[in-house]
Write a protein that binds this ligand. Structure first.
Ligand SMILES: Cc1cc2nc3c(=O)[nH]c(=O)nc-3n(C[C@H](O)[C@H](O)[C@H](O)COP(=O)(O)OP(=O)(O)OC[C@H]3O[C@@H](n4cnc5c(N)ncnc54)[C@H](O)[C@@H]3O)c2cc1C
Length: 451
């Protein structure tokens, strides 16, 4: 009997186990453009931890690779499957279980979409703050598994800072609870946060208890232009003292791409910083004074919500504008903020040497940069070159004390690069941890640091 038939028998005939190749193909990869994948032999559309437990127990006994999937919005190939694997999709586990206003927490199933939780808590005057640009379709389980970031994380921290507890199904099918409803807990080793950012390699997250915050006031938004990105990067360090809830940087190449698509008036400047303040709103003038120390060309600000939407348009259009120029590879590295200017210089040089357009934008406030390589559609030689450049960008970041990924994860696409920044001893320790949780290496094999 095939694994699919046996699994269906164990799960019961009412449980959705998809084997139709036309459908399984759509569960075989995420949004990473160059990571390998093949349709899995089956996809379990799980509706409970118990179903996942049954499937994992069987997979563990038969050494079947299992790939956990949220929405598949990942950019590192982390949710990519092979033909020998079983995909467990959490998309149907999308119930907000409880909203506890008094303790400012919510309990959710892992397949809840990030923005759905934020919308649901609005009426209580609360917010779920981590805001990946994919928040209208990525799942909270996927966000936890990648430790997703976003624009407001410069002030409020990435997903890890908002996860209080979780339910996990282990590789052997056991269901465990990690963390606590309390705001503080130092009782055990912090296994909870070991799972945050584990990219589906340690267990399947089925429920989460998440911190809610008092909803911040609508922000004041400031846009400042500088003669070059180095000055803008230096200014961003100096602006941190205003506790921005957003601090984004955009280079000339990206601005040109935006202007060519929708002229917004940035054609003369070298680089732009966009900052939001959701407290200290009266500090915008003072912030512009600071910008003047870095050869500010022009600066505007407003706390009118309609103006804000206009002012941040240029940032929202950054990536789609580059996409209009050709096929794109969006990189993701994190650096000490003091090194952003050096990083940009080196990436610009790489762009000249390789002949490939690289637009640079990112979360300047926390040193998380997204250089985006553009190459011709259908040009295999240029695509291969773009992958080389993508990897070189990671090496540049690492040489400056940075790290291979700030928020998208390692997945399949950066596994060979992490040895540049992590010692063999630490890699071996991480493999030892993996063996404790998943001795048969069935959970997302080949992903993260394990190749
Ligand atoms: C347009 C766009 C914008 C984006 N912007 C951002 C951004 O601003 N910040 C950012 O950090 N990322 C961003 N991303 C990347 C992506 O959205 C995030 O990585 C997101 O957290 C992935 O969530 P997902 O539900 O789609 O997970 P998937 O892509 O399905 O999976 C991602 C990884 O998590 C694992 N996983 C998923 N669910 C679970 C679970 N329940 N238990 C255990 N493991 C699980 C998978 O195996 C995989 O390794 C963006 C992507 C796109 C396409």
């Amino acid at each position: 009997m095939s694994h699919a038939l046996k699994l269906q028998e164990l799960l019961g005939e009412n449980i959705s186990l998809i084997t139709d190749p036309d459908i399984t193909a759509s569960y075989s990869h995420d949004q990473a453009p160059f990571a390998s994948s093949a349709p899995p032999f089956a996809v379990l559309l799980a509706r409970s931890a118990q179903e996942i437990s049954i499937a994992l127990k069987y997979a563990n006994e038969h050494h079947i690779p299992v790939v956990t999937r949220g929405a598949g919005s990942g950019l590192a190939g982390g949710a990519n499957s092979t033909d020998a694997s079983l995909v467990i999709s959490l998309e149907k586990m999308n119930r907000i279980i409880s909203i506890d206003e008094q303790n400012q927490i919510a309990r959710v199933q892992a397949g809840v979409i990030n923005l759905d939780l934020d919308n649901a808590v609005k009426e209580h005057g609360l917010a779920y703050l981590p805001d990946p640009a994919s928040r209208d379709w990525s799942t909270l389980g996927g966000n936890a598994a990648t430790n997703a970031g976003g624009m407001c994380c410069v002030k409020y921290g990435v997903t890890a800072a908002h996860v209080r507890a979780m339910q996990v199904v282990l590789a052997n099918g056991q269901v465990i609870e990690l963390g606590s409803d309390t705001k503080k807990s130092v009782t055990t080793y912090d296994l909870l946060h070991l799972f945050v950012g584990s990219e589906g390699t340690l267990g399947v997250i089925t429920e989460l208890t998440l911190n809610l915050e008092v909803r911040p006031q609508s922000p004041a938004t400031l846009v400042a232009t500088f003669p070059n990105i180095n000055l803008a990067a230096s200014a961003s360090s100096a602006l941190l003292k205003f506790r921005p809830s957003m601090l984004e940087i955009i280079d000339q190449t990206t601005l040109n791409a935006v202007e060519a698509w929708h002229p917004l008036g940035f054609e003369v400047s070298g680089a732009v910083l966009i900052m939001q303040l959701d407290e200290n709103k009266d500090q915008c003038e003072a912030a512009l004074e600071v910008c003047k120390e870095f050869k500010l060309i022009d600066g505007v600000f407003s706390d009118d919500p309609a103006d804000t939407a206009d002012l941040i348009r240029v940032r929202k259009m950054a990536y789609p504008a580059l996409e209009r120029m050709g096929a794109t590879l969006l990189d993701d590295v994190a650096l000490p903020i003091s090194e952003i200017a050096h990083f940009v210089e080196k990436v610009e040089k790489l762009s000249q040497e390789s002949g490939l357009v690289i637009g640079i934008f990112g979360h300047a406030g926390d040193g998380n940069m997204h250089p985006t390589i553009v190459h011709g559609h259908g040009d295999a030689k240029a695509a291969a070159k773009a992958i080389e450049v993508f990897e070189e960008i990671v090496r540049i970041a690492q040489s400056l004390g940075g790290t291979a990924s700030g928020e998208h994860g390692i997945g399949l696409i950066k596994t060979k690069l992490i040895g540049n920044e992590i010692s063999p001893t630490v890699i071996e320790l991480q493999r030892d941890i993996k063996r404790v949780f998943d001795p048969n290496n069935i959970l997302n094999p080949g992903k993260k640091f394990l190749s």
